[in-house]
Design a binder for this molecule. Structure first.
Ligand code: ADP
Ligand code: MG
Length: 319
């Protein structure tokens, strides 16, 4: 089977939050250091502006056509991917589900600004515009997302989706402290989230969730033949499962059994040497016993503290 067939994965944009996430990951793939997300959920409108490398004119003509821009050409290329996107599918899928998708880009090797517009998934124009872009970068604007799926639009809870977008952008921003992020609600007229370029994950955590919380984070790392785990852990922030982030190769992993395992570990260990971030089992207390059977439903205590952990593993280790 072809590489395309092997990568086929069906619908890749089930929600507005997923669209936002895909656009942001594209900006990161383009080495952006400043990413602004603007949303107006009442109108199903989203926009991502970045200062990344931009798209060369000849590439723009094929961007948004399914698989046309895939970064892998043989199945073994999959092992050497350093990008979030590799299927060349996100923009095509987003173009399919929105009334109008506009891409405006200035490539780093050019002073020209090129545009591409899709209507209902079909390319309607590719042109050079007079838009002012002082530096390279790309703006992708999606108008009326899910216009062709009225049922999905109808059942989107605006406030819930807004929250989900904030969570996703925050989680991406957290693991990319050297990139500055803003999330702005156009209709509500305000900045919803903001991080500033820094080289410290802890201070990025501080600006996202409060400096006070970030103070209790301790560095933690573990090396294994096939993978490394590194990041920060805190036993404080009890019951705050919102502040538990697990990534594999910088990509956020949503709630899994691994989270549960980490919670159990956190509930059963204590920091021996705070500075060195060493952990050791401690004698169980009554509270721990409640934690031990947290897997049974009905029990409340199944999270213990905060963590931001990234598991890195070269894909080639999975032979
Ligand atoms: P993938 O990310 O899997 O390659 P996408 O559909 O998400 O597929 O994007 C298609 C292509 O469009 C990318 O490979 C990239 O070349 C280009 N592109 C998309 N967004 C951007 C961006 N913000 N900056 C630069 N290039 C972009
Ligand atoms: Mg992509």
């Amino acid at each position: 089977p072809s590489v395309r067939a092997q990568l086929r994965s069906g619908v890749s944009v089930p929600s507005v939050a997923q669209c936002v996430e895909e656009l942001v990951l594209n900006s990161l793939d383009a080495a952006a250091t400043c990413i602004a997300v603007r949303i107006d959920l009442e109108n199903f409108w989203i926009q991502v502006v970045d200062n990344g490398n931009g798209i060369p004119k000849d590439q723009l003509t094929i961007v948004g056509e399914r698989y046309a821009t895939s970064k892998c050409h043989t199945v073994t290329d999959l092992e050497n991917l350093n990008f979030f996107g590799y299927r060349g599918e996100a923009l095509a899928s987003i173009a399919q589900v929105c009334a109008v998708l506009e891409i405006e880009s200035r490539h780093k090797a050019s002073t020209k600004v090129n545009n591409k517009v899709f209507r209902h998934g079909k390319v309607v124009s590719v042109f050079e515009s007079k838009s002012h872009r002082p530096t390279c970068g790309t703006t992708v604007t999606a108008h009326n997302v899910f216009h062709n799926l009225p049922v999905r639009q109808k059942f989107v809870s605006v406030s819930l989706e807004r929250e989900r977008i904030r969570e996703r952008v925050a989680a991406i921003a957290l693991i990319h402290p050297s990139v500055s992020f803003t999330l702005r609600h156009e209709n509500l007229g305000g900045k919803y989230l903001q991080t500033h370029k820094t080289n410290s994950l802890v201070s990025c955590f501080g600006s996202l969730f409060g400096a006070k919380k970030s103070l209790s984070l301790r560095e933690a790392s573990h090396q294994h033949k096939q993978f490394n785990i590194s990041g920060y852990i805190s036993r404080e922030g009890h019951r705050n499962k919102d502040l538990q982030f697990l990534y594999i190769n910088n990509r956020l992993i949503l709630r899994t059994k691994v989270h549960k395992f980490l919670n159990l570990l956190l509930s059963k260990s204590t920091v021996v040497n705070r500075r060195a971030g060493q952990w050791e089992p401690r004698t169980p207390t009554v509270r721990d016993n409640t934690a031990a059977d947290a897997s049974s439903p009905g029990k409340q205590r199944d999270y213990y503290g905060m963590f931001v952990l990234n598991i890195t593993c070269p894909l080639s280790e999975y032979d």
